[in-house]
Design a protein around this ligand. Sequence first.
Ligand code: AMP
Length: 215
Amino acid sequence: MRKIIVLLGPPGAGKGTQAEILRDQLKLTHVSSGDLFRENVGKQTELGKLAKSYMDRGELVPDDVTIAMVKDRISRPDCDNGVLLDGFPRTAAQADALCAMLEDLGDKVSVVPYISAPAEVLIERLSGRWTCRAAGHIYHIKNKPPRVPGICDEDGSELYQRDDDKAETVANRIRVYLDKTAPLIDYYKQRGLLIELDGTLPPETVSQQIMTKVE
Ligand code: AMP
């Protein structure tokens, strides 16, 4: 059975950073629902146009389209060795749908690392975050500046600030997280899958803690 790791936590807790580290160490495919939506926005697909209207406000894209998009993605051959899900599921309906789609494929969720951090840390991180256009590598204006301003150390592509990392939208994203996604902490705790991690610790410490549990 392939490994299915679900990264859970508020925006800015470090899910994307952990995904980057764990993807290489565990040889899993990183599936980020936010990245999939941003790809569609960039290509101006119908899904992208719909998603943008929600993303710009920091709201969740409706469950049906989100579930269909992720189901299609994790069914592709590059996910055969296992998947690192980042940003999905974000609602109880999505968690149920994930369970059902994995069951159909003969799989189940292996473990759910839940990374938490206080709201003021999340706000500070998101509002200083710069993201690489090519591959989503993550920087921070103070905590992790790139060697050359505006350029990704890894692949030389342009760094940009996500529209939804602006202050007004950040506050709403955290509200939406508390309202819709935080209930999944109990959902996965009850199923014995949750590992709790302190997202204020250095990223290498958090990833080591996850690796110990996963292996
Ligand atoms: P993220 O990159 O995970 O912070 O996601 C950026 C935005 O994409 C979110 O604020 C939502 O508007 C949308 N989004 C990403 N994942 C989901 C999801 N699982 N369900 C609904 N909307 C999502």
